[in-house]
Design a protein around this ligand. Sequence first.
Ligand SMILES: Nc1ncnc2c1ncn2[C@@H]1O[C@H](COP(=O)(O)OP(=O)(O)OP(=O)(O)O)[C@@H](O)[C@H]1O
Ligand SMILES: [Mg+2]
Length: 299
Amino acid sequence: MSGFVEKPEPLQVPGLVHLHTGKVRDLYRNEAGDLVMIASDRLSAYDWVLPTEIPDKGRVLTQLSLWWFDKLADLVPHHVLSTELPPGAPADWAGRTLICKSLRMVPVECVARGYLTGSGLVEYDASRTVCGLALPEGLVDGSELPAPIFTPATKAEVGEHDENVSYEEVARQVGAETAAELRQTTLAVYGRARDIARERGIVLADTKFEFGYEDGTLVLADEVLTPDSSRFWPADAWEPGRAQPSFDKQFVRDWLTSSASGWDRRSEQPPPALPAEVVEATSAKYIEAFERLTGTSWS
Ligand SMILES: Nc1ncnc2c1ncn2[C@@H]1O[C@H](COP(=O)(O)OP(=O)(O)OP(=O)(O)O)[C@@H](O)[C@H]1O
Ligand SMILES: [Mg+2]
């Protein structure tokens, strides 16, 4: 079992048509035909969108994405048109709303990995490959890879796992030219971001981008280089050979899997509400990621 513990109802805002309720973002179309993307405070863990929100999370993700889009603009154009609130939108949308170009999205999760962990580690342990790419012997959980790799995945429905696929499979699905452009851009952006994060004491282990096309031009979409789309590890605690502490959801995962939660991951039951101290600690972690990366204070 997985999905939303409680699926929120879309808000009615004059002039906006509701398109989609994602795990974290709500999408609307405005009268100009642009996409209105609102990052909520929802959090997902263990394939569930939890019933408890994390205050400010959506604003942190939105402001961090904006900061990165600007840092990357010379490498790839991005989808943001403005941060202006649509007339009649609730005040709570301020800081979490982006007006974006409505793109023809490429149905590929463009993942770059500089370090081995997660689904990459599972495949490596079984076959010494990740997405079919051969890797050297002797790598362990958290090892830095000889060079960053493009490890695409197909987009899954809410509650399903994304599935890693080979580069050849992506080329079959979207065409050789698009596949090559996705790989080249993904690795270029990852390389830039990894270097920026490293200067700030953060290891960017891996990250996921989504791209779309606007009249034949590849455009960086969605959110970028946030704790939700990336694995950030504190560099001073990085130690290959064990699971690395994650910047953001660690408190949530630890609590959900502890006896205190009374929840069994393998059961059919949805996860329970989070206690206040887990919510506060998690909110603080998202803010800390923003502050460390951007070097500016959140409030
Ligand atoms: N510029 C854009 N044009 C069209 N769609 C976009 C654009 N930017 C992002 N998207 C889509 O908006 C959605 C963002 O919502 P969210 O991050 O909550 O989704 P998700 O839970 O990751 O995935 P899903 O929406 O499939 O449930 C994604 O489906 C993403 O592909
Ligand atoms: Mg998303």
